[in-house]
Design a protein around this ligand. Structure first.
Ligand code: ATP
Ligand code: MG
Length: 418
């Protein structure tokens, strides 16, 4: 079956004037994905009758399904009903059952229905109402020249409930029969999105099943795999096959699945191997410690963290020799090692991590530019230290440094498994 053309239309002046973010469209698109359908396009228009009708008219020419939100309220600037009726060449009629339901909504809370709410019982000839249990604005659906138009209120809470209770079951019957979708997200660190695309090659080509896409957020990359099949088991098989291929190519960067964070991956590994950790941070100022303590139950593994911002603190809190700082500089491979080893010794842990660097925007030199960071991980087998040149502003450099320290720790622990 060819994929249906599905367009989503948001109505509201606040949307196109930039006062309200159109979250309804993305929520609907994501819900469609769950039942194996994909939106083709999003549109947004203001509360303007000719404008809404004109966009609707265009959509009707090509789409199999149009889902509208917004503009169903009781006030005169809520024009979606009129626009749909106009685009479909129908009259609005008063739906007596709807009027009763709306009246009851008010009676239940001891109020009298304002006359303006009568407008909400008006739906185009031939349309069927969709009940709204959370508000007064009912939705409706109507067939128009082979296009199904579904209108829902703009209030996200109301829209959501009607979408899940009434609309999705209806769409599943009509468009998504016998289709099952399985999705999985793999989470990666330490590779750029473009390098990843190169590594994955034709796995990411368009029009495949499963589809494979990537997204990046705060230095972490997600690979989204989506498989469609006739049965759930077939979808799972397809997905597993593609996942295996991806893991073969870029497995060393994958630290988890779904919503897993890097610190959780580290915590799981520490638990598995019965390890403890301590941290000594300069330029990240406790960010690494804060990330580790995001994980519930981490107190079993995370023993202590020192923020060694000044040179004196590096000596006081992690026993970094004064002479070493003087001769090599606070931002050096040697000091990173000394931080990791010093804090490990002090805290008597299996692992010690040291971070020192220049987060900027000032303080950089030709030799030691902004973004230069040394990270060291010490354990009973020795100390591994690496030099990095992170790009970005101060916050980004610090974030990358803390995440990289977590990832080095993860890889260091993984070496125990080989
Ligand atoms: P009612 O007037 O009964 O609340 P309605 O269908 O007329 O229902 P709107 O007036 O268009 O809804 O919007 C109601 C609320 O929902 C507003 O606060 C608006 O900012 C919000 N809203 C509308 N459309 C969207 C959207 N696409 N995404 C997120 N919020 C939206
Ligand atoms: Mg409104």
């Amino acid at each position: 079956m060819v994929a249906p053309i599905i367009e989503i239309l948001s109505v509201g002046a606040e949307l196109i004037e930039g006062r309200t973010l159109d979250t309804n469209s993305s929520e609907i698109a994501a819900a469609l994905n769950e039942i194996g359908l994909s939106a083709t396009a999003f549109h947004a228009v203001g509360d303007d009758l000719p404008e809404i009708a004109s966009v609707l008219g265009d959509i009707l020419k090509r789409a199999d399904l149009c889902i509208c939100t917004g503009g169903l309220g009781p006030t005169l600037d809520d024009l979606t009903r009129e626009a749909v009726a106009f685009a479909c060449g129908k009259e609005l009629r008063c739906d007596e059952d709807l009027l009763k339901t709306i009246r009851e909504y008010f009676t239940k809370s001891g109020r009298k229905m304002p006359e303006s709410n009568r407008r909400q019982a008006m739906i185009p000839q031939g349309a069927e109402a969709i009940v709204n249990n959370r508000g007064t604005a009912p939705g409706f659906h109507i067939e128009c020249d082979g296009t199904l138009i579904i209108c829902l209120p703009g209030v996200p809470l109301e829209m959501r409930q009607m979408l899940h209770e009434s609309v999705l079951p209806m769409l599943q019957k009509r468009f998504a029969v016998g289709r099952h979708v399985k999705t999985r997200t793999l989470r990666l660190f330490g590779i750029s999105e473009s390098a990843l695309a190169d590594a994955l090659g034709d796995i990411m080509a368009r029009g495949k099943n499963p589809t494979v896409g990537t997204n990046a957020s705060k230095a972490i990359i997600g690979i989204n795999i989506r498989a469609k099949a006739e049965t759930p088991a077939q979808a799972e098989n397809l997905l597993a096959e593609t996942e295996k291929r991806i893991r073969r190519l870029v497995g060393k960067y994958i630290f988890g699945e779904g919503k897993m964070e890097l610190e959780e991956a580290v915590a799981q590994l520490m638990e598995k191997h019965g390890l403890t950790i301590a941290t000594a941070e300069s330029c990240t100022g406790g960010m690494l410690g804060a990330m580790l303590t995001n994980v519930p139950g981490i107190s079993r593994y995370y023993v202590q963290g020192a923020i060694c911002y000044s040179n004196e603190a590096k000596t006081q809190l992690a026993d970094v020799p004064k002479e070493l700082i003087r001769s090599k500089g606070a931002v050096s491979d040697e000091v990173a090692r000394a931080l990791a080893e010093g804090v490990r010794r002090r805290a008597n842990t299996n692992i010690g991590v040291g971070i020192t660097g220049i987060a900027g925007p000032s303080g950089g030199t030709q030799d030691k530019p902004v973004g230069l960071v040394y990270i060291a991980v010490a354990d009973e087998r020795g100390t591994e230290s690496r030099e990095f040149r992170f790009a970005g502003d101060r916050q980004m450099i610090r974030l990358r440094a803390a995440l990289t320290a977590l990832n080095m720790t993860r890889l260091r622990i993984l070496e125990r498994e080989t």
